[in-house]
Design a protein around this ligand. Structure first.
Ligand SMILES: O=C(C[C@H]1NCCC[C@H]1O)Cn1cnc2c(c1=O)CCCC2
Ligand SMILES: [Mg+2]
Length: 485
């Protein structure tokens, strides 16, 4: 029957796999690591896309579409870009029965697809800035445990690729985009994130520096890279000869950025807000924000109740609230309550004989299960306030929960203990790459090694003489560490 067979706090992995299916977001597919995104998931992607697309259009960024296929010569052009990733590239080697002359890669990302044309299109400083984005799918044939939304062999994303005459312009855009990613997480998905910079070891190998918004899943004690905004410097410009004649008539290389967020965002939201009754959707990303359910009683005025439901839906929709009624006569009200709770609809409105007689409705919040009797005349205003309140309290609850998982440490012993307690660890670090590699080695285990998540832009005070938690050398910066997805 209805209901989950796993509890979030007891069997998180099984709970997650069940909740994405029972919530009708995902259907498993016969190829491992690939998932069907059903409308209940796709509508969330579209709501975020509508926001992000409008924001980048305000920044004069234009959408385009490049081919799915990359020739192998081009893909291997930027050496350190590809060396670490080669095993993940999927190749087309045949068409029908015949072998292809040259194998063709399926894009795992589009730097090497786009940049030969950036080189062709960018001649003079008037061609700059060039700022393109594409909404598409990418394929990475990963082997570590596939997880719906979080780690799949094909996923949807947007990838922005921009070129500027100066580093200052690139640096500014990196942070403008990162702020949009923070808004996606904190204002839409109600998930708190930390803005920061990736270490040299964790950054995008082909780039100059990587900025990130880091989320955290308290149940597993794992950090999640939420979205990334990279400054590529002039590395790709050198490789792909993307030069321009500057205003002094000199030949100069462009400064580039690339930035992405993916369908992983949806998985993070589910992991953070979901509970043992199923999904819990923040109103901003819920395709149905209010579900109205008639509770007919054998001899009560059923038609009146149904009309009241339809009128309630109509007035909510007219005020911009996404409301629907569930009039199906082959399911009981109780069944409907569980069904829409499983799907995470933020607010339920029940109209039964008593409500109808008293010209009121009963609203039930999905996040805290509280019940509220509302006069019909006040429904639109009260529902608007409740949805805003649900959005804010989901964020506040998630932030509180994430904050208690943060542990500040100064020594290796404290670090190891906090890691064992599934914490996100803030530690003073000497910022030396081999020390980071050493931390990975020392924390290897079946749970996976700890890694640096980011050095937060908001740096706490670092008193003179503070030593690195891992090497004992003078610390240079506070850095978040933890296990991750
Ligand atoms: O994709 C990026 C960098 C960059 N790509 C464009 C959008 C922003 C940012 O994600 C890093 N990266 C990750 N994973 C892979 C590659 C790769 O370049 C290339 C080969 C396959 C796997
Ligand atoms: Mg990867």
């Amino acid at each position: 029957g209805l209901g989950l067979s796993y509890k979030k706090d007891e069997n998180f992995g099984e709970w997650y796999s069940e909740v994405v299916v029972n919530g009708e977001m995902i259907e498993y597919y016969d190829i491992s690591g690939c998932y069907i995104l059903r409308p209940w998931a796709m509508s969330i992607w579209e709501i975020m896309q509508t926001f992000f697309d409008a924001e980048i259009k305000k920044m004069k960024i234009k959408n385009c579409y490049f081919p799915l296929f990359v020739s192998s010569g081009v893909l291997q052009k930027e050496k350190d870009h590809i060396e670490g990733f080669a095993p993940e590239v999927a190749w087309v080697t045949k068409s029908g029965e015949s072998e292809l002359e040259m194998p063709i890669a399926i894009r795992p990302t589009s730097e090497t697809v786009m940049y030969p044309y950036f080189s062709k299109w960018i001649r003079g400083h008037r061609d700059l800035p060039l700022r393109l984005n594409q909404w598409c799918n990418v394929v990475r044939w990963e082997f570590s445990n596939p997880t719906p939304f979080i780690r799949s062999r094909e996923f949807l994303w947007q990838e922005g690729h921009t070129a500027f005459a100066t580093k200052e312009e690139a640096d500014t855009e990196v942070l403008d985009i990162l702020e949009l990613y923070r808004r996606i997480y904190e204002e839409f998905l109600a998930v708190p994130v930390i803005k920061g910079k990736k270490s040299e070891h964790e950054k995008f190998a082909g780039g100059l520096y990587t900025t990130t918004v880091e989320a955290f899943v308290p149940n597993t004690g794992r950090g999640v890279q939420g979205a990334t905004s990279h400054c590529l410097g002039q590395n790709f410009a050198k490789m792909f000869e993307i030069n321009f004649e500057n205003e002094k008539g000199e030949k100069a290389m462009v400064w580039q950025n690339s930035w992405a967020y993916t369908t992983r965002t949806i998985g993070v939201m589910i992991m953070v807000h979901g509970d043992d009754k199923g999904l819990v959707l923040p109103p901003k990303v819920a395709s149905v924000q209010v579900i109205v359910i008639p509770v007919p009683y054998k001899d009560a005025d059923t038609k009146g109740i149904f009309d009241a439901c339809a009128a309630t839906v109509k007035s909510l929709n007219e005020s911009g609230i996404r409301a629907e009624a569930d009039f199906r006569d082959n399911y009981s009200p109780g069944w409907k309550y569980s069904h829409w709770e499983m799907k995470g609809v933020p607010l339920r409105i029940e109209i039964g004989p008593k409500d109808y007689a008293n010209n009121q409705v009963r609203a039930v919040r999905r996040d805290n299960a509280t019940k509220h009797d509302i006069p019909m005349a006040d429904v639109v205003e009260r529902v608007k306030d409740m949805l805003d309140n649900i959005q804010q309290s989901l964020f506040d609850a998630a932030k509180e929960k994430r904050d208690v998982c943060i542990e500040v440490v100064h020594t290796w012993e404290e670090f190891a203990e906090a890691l064992g307690q599934k914490k996100m660890i803030l530690a003073p670090w000497c910022d030396e790459e081999e020390v980071e590699r050493d931390v990975k080695t020392r924390t290897k285990g079946e749970m996976g090694a700890a890694k640096s998540l980011c050095s937060p832009f908001q740096q706490p005070e670092l008193p003179e003489g503070t030593l690195c938690f891992a090497s004992g050398k003078p610390a240079k910066k506070w850095t978040y560490w933890g296990r991750s997805y």
